[in-house]
Ligand binder design. Structure first.
Ligand SMILES: [Ca+2]
Ligand SMILES: [Ca+2]
Ligand SMILES: [Zn+2]
Length: 408
């Protein structure tokens, strides 16, 4: 089933998206037409990432240039980015399987190959909350959801899947957004769950919305920013472009400067199937912006690993470990008490302890056989000093560690 939504108001589009499951009983012709009978088609890609004001982008450019002159040519770089998925659902709507999240990680790695950046799954958690499911950029639901769900934003790319409405496929915040330090819970990416690999939104379901939004997260602008007027998108090897390109209009040329429009660039608005590139100078910009504005992102959480290592069992990670999800503390940082959440695939012996940065155990919360399923444990840091702690979950399948910051 294909619906052309281009001439409808965003309100109607939102209603259609919300009731997309109502299209699950297609006509015979639809079934014959395609296996993807329940797909719907948007009027065009819509990204909620706002253009940064000129003074903000100029300041970012200045700092990147200063960094570059200090360090010689360019920052050598890239590294591994840990990804925490937060699957927000509305009842049965919006559920994303572990398999799909793994496919999404693979799509990121394929499309960022050569950029210096790679991605690995850190965690998946799920929460059923109607109001968060329909969050929009800058509204209270976004704030509440991110405050509750964000995991260690300075070291982690937090990705929220939901159904944002207003025709939006996703959004992110630039690393140099005024007022947002690298550990702000606002950072991360929100994407429509239907845009993930094999999702239901036709032409936008190869997982490349997350590739686009992660570009913003790493500092890239839309290729059409500034239109034909220099500095445009601040990237010298992407041709100027007067406006977003939709579909895949080969040969489009909207600015007098040299070159056809960069319709295959991940930072344009074209179909997923039309996307194929970041340019060398986009890669260079991302690496430099990360070095200046997200200095912690690529340092693996060394402290976490230091603590976890002596505790880990010689057997290392087993297949069973892959289905254990340990979310660590919520909220984080926390003031009076934190809730530690984990899920088990089967009944097993579990211990949950808290360590200080010196590796001394300061609390023993769980040490018993526990059933499969979700477990919530309260942690009250009585008599402890402010600072960083490590919550460590040990199971027969492996040891899992998460940092938690106590700010009384
Ligand atoms: Ca350009
Ligand atoms: Ca041109
Ligand atoms: Zn965008």
């Amino acid at each position: 089933m294909k619906l052309s939504l281009g001439c409808l108001s965003s309100f109607v589009v939102m209603a259609l998206l919300q009731s997309a499951t109502a299209f699950a009983a297609p006509s015979v012709a639809d079934v014959l037409d395609s296996e993807r009978a329940t797909q719907i088609e948007l009027g065009g890609r819509a990204c909620g990432t706002a253009d940064a004001p000129r003074d903000v982008t100029d300041a970012a450019l200045g700092r990147v240039r200063a960094q570059r002159s200090r360090s010689g040519l360019t920052v050598q770089g890239g590294g591994v980015i840990d990804v925490a998925f937060h699957n927000i659902t509305n009842g049965a709507e919006g559920f994303v399987s572990r398999r799909t999240f793994m496919d999404q990680i693979q799509a990121l790695n394929e499309r960022y190959a050569g950029s210096g950046f790679s991605f690995r799954l850190r965690s998946i958690d799920r929460v059923d909350r109607n109001s968060w499911f329909h969050m929009l950029p800058g509204n209270g639901n976004e704030k509440q959801a991110k405050m509750a769900l964000a995991i260690d934003p300075a070291h982690t790319l937090n990705v929220y899947t939901c159904s944002p409405g207003q025709n939006l496929l996703g959004w992110a915040y630039f690393p140099f957004t005024p007022g947002l330090t690298e550990d702000s819970f606002y950072h991360g990416v929100v994407v429509h769950y239907g845009s993930l690999p094999d999702g239901f939104i036709a032409n936008y379901n190869l997982g490349l919305t997350l590739v686009h939004e992660t570009g913003h997260y790493l500092g890239l602008f839309h290729t059409f920013q500034g239109g034909c007027v220099p500095p445009g998108d601040y990237i010298d090897d992407t041709p100027f472009e007067a406006s977003p390109a939709f579909g895949c209009p080969v040969g489009r040329n909207t600015c007098p400067q040299e070159g056809d429009d960069p319709i295959h660039n991940y930072m344009d608005y074209t179909y997923d199937s039309c996307y194929s590139e970041f340019t060398p100078l986009q890669t260079d910009w991302m690496q430099n912006v990360v070095a200046v504005y997200r200095p912690s992102l690529l340092q693996r959480n060394l402290a976490d690993e230091e603590v976890a290592k002596p505790l880990a069992q010689a057997s290392g990670t087993t297949p069973a470990a892959a289905s254990i999800e340990f979310r660590g503390a919520f909220p984080n940082p926390f003031a009076r008490e934190a809730t530690l959440r984990y899920s088990l695939p089967s009944r097993q012996h579990v211990s949950l302890n808290v360590y200080n940065v010196a590796g001394q155990r300061v609390a023993s919360l769980v040490d018993r056989e526990e059933d499969a399923g979700e477990h919530l444990v309260r942690f009250e840091p009585r008599g402890l000093a402010a600072g960083m702690y490590f919550t460590v979950l040990r199971t027969p399948a492996g040891t899992f560690s998460r940092s938690a910051v106590f700010v009384p």
